[in-house]
Design a binder for this molecule. Structure first.
Ligand code: NAD
Length: 494
């Protein structure tokens, strides 16, 4: 891997200062009531970037009270949709203006390549807020015909205080997917960031206040899952919960929501997405796309194409080329230009990935390349490729969330459909073929929320995303996401 030696050099200093480490409650940065903090680490070295206020249940109470007050008494839900739209557009302008600082914070805290943060993710975030700003003044109910003398209308009203819990793999994009639709509909928010990546959301939320967002509308609490996260999920005064993270934690928050006040819950959870390379595929293109589908973002994507099914006629050629491509992957300090892969998020994920690699070897899969850590510090993992993977192996069943590609062989379409669907997950799938009939058959047969045909990991603010089966409930992005944040009131007049 081309830059292995450079990993021993001093890490590049990010061109940004950490300005905000406190909780953002009621429009002000405040310490946690306990006074506690926790360190957030640089994945390149494992060293501390900053100490961040650690929110607990009493801080969640304060944040929910601020959001409640802003909803019940503040100007936000009552202002004209046009005014709300203008605030969102101003916020998008400020996010755009601060693109480089946001990107640097994101890369520093998360380890993803800076060019990916600066050129793809922050622009997507800006676009997403502009998209939802566009919806703000287009949300309205219907007139419904009824028997008799009634005039019936539906009102689409904001649901109230939204609790939102997000993961660390795309901190700002997850912030945007949650905050964008909730604000467009006139709700107020308490958002809990992931403990691995608290920094960028605090910066972004401050920009919303600069844009004129009234105090208490968007509160950000840093902290851990079982404390701050659970307090939010089980809060009696939170009207709606949106969660992104692992399937196991999804079950926990759903139960907490049910046991408290039955708040409705949307869930975006894990996946084990198939990427199917058909017999007629151009092998070079398929290899490149399958590589991207798995290795993008250090393999830390919920929708990663982590089961690469390849037709037997092109299998051997595919494996050889997939190995060569992984060997060419440029791994190194994510602040360096041209880097394709940075470190994994933290030691826990790093150890988990190495454990899965050992399991792959033990279960008899062929380790084509990689398989170990890279460098001696931080959480870098070698791009790893397994061939001769069988459906029953752990590496083919469980979410690895790392740069480990598993290549499986198939004979015909019926077989691959059955195998691709034989999983508890149903988030996404990739299909690589030149035949429109094959594409049609697969797109209809696969039980997943997104099918990418001859492309992968392309996202758009307007296109819904979410899972079938244990990959989640509900959809985010697009018009579909608005439903998560609206109540429908039926009004009859006679
Ligand atoms: P995680 O479930 O451990 O954590 C996600 C969030 O939940 C964090 O903010 C965490 O603090 C919080 N949390 C943890 N325990 C909690 C509890 N008991 N109560 C309330 N909140 C709690 O997941 P992770 O390891 O941070 O993220 C990786 C996982 O997220 C992967 O499985 C991945 O597939 C999934 N993910 C899914 C999507 C999607 O859109 N479907 C997107 C990104 C990540």
């Amino acid at each position: 891997y081309s830059t292995a030696t450079a990993l021993e050099e001093e890490p590049i200093k990010p061109a940004v200062q950490v300005e905000h480490t406190q909780l953002l409650i009621g429009g002000k940065f405040v310490d946690a009531l306990s006074g506690k903090t926790f360190p957030t680490l640089d994945p390149r070295t494992g060293e501390v970037i900053a100490h961040v206020a650690e929110g607990h249940s009493e801080d969640v109470d304060r944040a929910v009270a601020a959001a409640r007050k802003a909803f019940d008494q503040g100007p936000w839900p009552k202002m004209t949709a046009y005014e709300r739209q203008r605030i969102l557009l101003r916020a998008a302008d400020l996010l755009e203006k601060h693109n480089d600082e946001l990107a640097a914070l994101e890369t520093w805290d998360n380890g993803k390549p800076y060019e990916q943060s600066a050129q793809i993710e922050i622009p997507m975030l800006v676009r997403l807020f502009r998209y939802y700003a566009g919806w703000a003044d287009k949300i309205h109910g219907m007139t419904v015909p009824a028997d008799g003398q009634y005039h019936v209308q539906t009102l689409h009203e904001p649901i109230g205080v939204a609790g939102q819990i997000i993961p660390w793999n795309f901190p700002l994009l997850m912030f945007a997917w949650k905050v964008g639709p909730a604000l467009a509909c006139g709700n107020t928010i308490v958002l809990k960031t992931a403990e691995q990546t608290p920094l960028s959301a605090l910066y972004a939320a401050k920009l919303f206040h600069e844009a004129g967002l009234p105090e208490g509308v968007l509160n950000v609490v840093s902290g851990f899952g079982p404390t701050a996260g659970a307090a939010l999920a089980s809060h009696m005064d939170v009207d709606k919960l949106a969660f992104t993270g692992s399937t196991d934690t999804g079950k926990v928050v759903l139960e907490l929501a049910a046991r408290s006040n039955l708040k409705p819950v949307t869930l975006e959870l894990g996946g084990k997405s198939p990427f199917i390379v058909c017999e007629d595929a151009d092998v070079d293109q398929a290899v490149e796309l399958a590589h991207f589908a798995l290795f993008f973002n250090q393999g830390q994507c919920c929708c990663a194409g982590s089961r690469t099914y390849v037709h037997e006629h092109v299998y051997d050629e595919f494996v050889e080329k997939a190995k060569a491509r992984a060997l060419k992957r440029i791994v190194g300090d994510p602040f360096k230009s041209g880097i394709e892969q940075g470190p994994q998020i933290d030691s826990e994920q790093f150890e988990k990935i190495l454990k899965y690699i050992r399991s792959g070897v033990q279960s008899g899969a062929t380790l084509e390349t990689g398989g170990d850590r890279l460098g001696s510090k931080g959480f870098y993992v070698q791009p790893t490729v397994f061939s001769n993977v069988e459906d029953g192996m752990l590496i083919a069943k469980e979410e690895i969330f790392g740069p480990v590609q598993s290549i499986l062989k198939f004979k015909d379409l019926d077989e691959v459909i059955e195998r691709a669907n034989n999983t508890r997950y149903g988030l996404a799938a990739g299909v690589f073929t030149k035949n429109i009939d094959t594409a049609n058959t697969l797109t209809r047969a696969l039980r997943v929320g997104t099918v990418w045909v001859n492309c992968f990991d392309t996202f758009d603010a307007a296109i819904p995303f979410g899972g079938y089966k244990m990959s989640g409930q509900g959809r985010e992005k697009g018009e579909y996401s608005l439903k998560n944040y609206l109540q429908v009131k039926a009004v009859r007049y006679v």
